[in-house]
Design a protein around this ligand. Structure first.
Ligand code: AHR
Length: 500
């Protein structure tokens, strides 16, 4: 057993209100995310539009909000016109990003139908193609999607059977435009210019749109920070958010650093905030740019190679099978996002189904929850309200990448009704971690629940054959006395402690 980790909760010290959009996700035309993921007309549970009801049920249970679409790298070759109108007339196209064939059987209208069926918490987050296309096509898509009626493109939508406009408020101006792998990738100056022109025009059409400019594809990009500064110099008054993307995996078997991935995520967020505010200061602007962390996850990049010599339809790509250890890291990344709720106002777990996803499916078969499903669903359910400022005093361990690192990673959210949920990760692979939380100015008398995701086998997973091998379990012995919470966090565990 390690020595005790401690922190204090006091409602006088808060970070900010959680924006529900922080529990967003991502549906890309990639592998089987769409086809045989959310959409499979021949599946026994499919509705009349081809949406799998078993998947829809899990998406609702996951509690996702904003759902980014249609890519990702895919969007940089996307022709939105291909994806609307009678299905039998839609063209088949080469998708250069994933070396696949796109049938366009699922398109814009089907995406909106999917969101509406997920429920009122689901919000569209649509990307426009600034790789092979530009201002004109973005405007046309916006008119088709959002204009009520009475113009060529809005009437075209109505003639396609969608009388009601789609009401897409949140738009991404391209995707990872700094990446050499991106079709039509650009320098910061080139992208800043086209992003500004597109943003200005889209605002002319509808001043209420909210726009996300592309930040760097990763913090490790050589152009990181300089890219953000250049792009924001062009777009500061025209956009609302800048994007961040980060994926983590153990490198060279270095699991201890992998477990501390959130250290990198928090530094990334803080560096982007500093860059945004630096540009704002130079422009003498009172406006703050917020952060859209619109791709994040654990991703074992060597699994599921992209095809080279053929153009398959909906191949099995990026189908990572997640372990308990990965779920603990995903939980820790969620904690990192919540700890920066003042500036991270959108975040998307990449992706939703089959492709590095919390939900898996078999064509014609069942759908199931991966280990990473649980921390996300719990954070989305209980992580709504004010984030309290948590400063931990924790025993530490040594990591190759980040040096001395806290074993405890934690945050706490106070809901409107005064209840508080503590989210905590113990990064130790070997030892339990005792935790004491001092409570000041909080009227809390009861531990409603202490739930943990941990397992004697950190490699345990949920699979087609054993879809419920890993689930969270209740932890006994967590107490609340004399204004203090006492708990023990199992080795390598994600914990949700609810207090009322
Ligand atoms: O999420 C998978 C891919 O990762 C996305 O298409 C791209 O934006 C990123 O590089």
């Amino acid at each position: 057993m390690h020595k005790t980790a401690r922190f204090t909760l006091d409602p006088a010290f808060t970070v900010g209100e959680v924006n529900p959009r922080v529990f967003g996700s991502f549906v890309e035309h990639l592998g089987r995310c769409v086809y045989t993921g959310i959409f499979e007309p021949d599946h026994p549970t499919a509705d009349d539009k081809g949406l799998r009801q078993d998947v829809l049920d899990l998406v609702r249970e996951l509690g996702v909000t904003a759902i980014r679409y249609p890519g990702g790298n895919f969007v940089s070759g996307y022709k939105w016109e291909d994806s609307v109108g009678p299905v039998e007339d839609r063209p088949r196209r080469l998708d250069l990003a994933w070396h696949s064939t796109e049938s366009n059987r699922f398109g814009l209208s089907e995406y909106i139908d999917f969101l509406r069926k997920v429920g009122p918490q689901a919000e569209p987050m649509m990307a426009v193609n600034l790789g092979t296309r530009g201002v004109a096509e973005a405007l046309e898509l916006q008119e088709y999607a959002n204009h009520p009626e009475g113009t060529a493109l809005s009437d075209l939508r109505v003639s396609h059977g969608d009388k009601d406009p789609f009401g897409i408020r949140l738009w991404c101006l391209g995707n990872e435009m700094d990446g050499h792998w991106q079709t039509g990738h650009k320098t910061a100056e080139e992208y800043g210019r086209v992003a500004a022109e597109t943003a200005r025009a889209m605002r002319q059409q509808d001043p209420k749109v909210e726009l996300v400019a592309c930040g760097s594809s990763a913090q490790w990009m050589g152009t990181f920070a300089e890219w953000e500064a250049t792009v924001l110099k062009e777009t500061y008054d025209l956009v609302d958010h800048i994007s961040l993307h980060a994926y983590y995996q153990p490198e060279d078997g270095d699991v201890d650093s992998f477990l501390a991935s959130a250290v990198d995520m928090e530094s990334f967020i803080e560096n982007v905030v500093a860059t945004c505010d630096h540009v704002g200061a130079r422009l003498k602007s009172k406006k703050k740019i917020n952060l859209s962390f619109d791709e994040w996850n654990v991703w074992y990049m060597h699994e599921g190679e992209v095809p080279q010599n053929e153009w398959p339809e909906a191949p099995r790509l990026l189908e990572n099978s997640y372990r308990v250890m990965d779920a603990v890291v995903v939980g820790s990344l969620l904690i990192a996002l919540l700890r920066h709720a003042d500036r991270v106002t959108v975040a998307c777990l990449a992706q939703l189904v089959n492709v590095i996803a919390p939900i898996m499916t078999e064509p014609g078969g069942p759908a199931w929850r991966q280990t990473t499903f649980f921390p996300f669903a719990q954070a989305s359910k209980y992580g709504r309200g004010q984030v309290l400022d948590v400063r931990v005093d924790s025993p530490t361990y040594e990591t190759k990448k980040y040096g001395e690192t806290d074993l405890l990673h934690a945050t706490a959210v106070r809901a409107e009704d005064g209840t508080v949920t503590v989210f905590a990760v113990n990064r130790s692979r070997t030892d339990a971690l005792p935790l004491e939380v001092a409570l000041h100015g909080l009227d809390l008398t009861q531990v409603v629940e202490h739930s943990a995701l941990a397992d004697a086998d950190p490699d345990a997973r949920n699979t087609l054959d054993a879809p419920e091998r890993v689930t969270p379990h209740a932890v006994e012995g967590t107490t609340l006395t004399d204004g203090g919470l006492t708990a023990v966090l199992e080795p390598l565990s994600w914990n949700v402690i609810r207090l009322s």
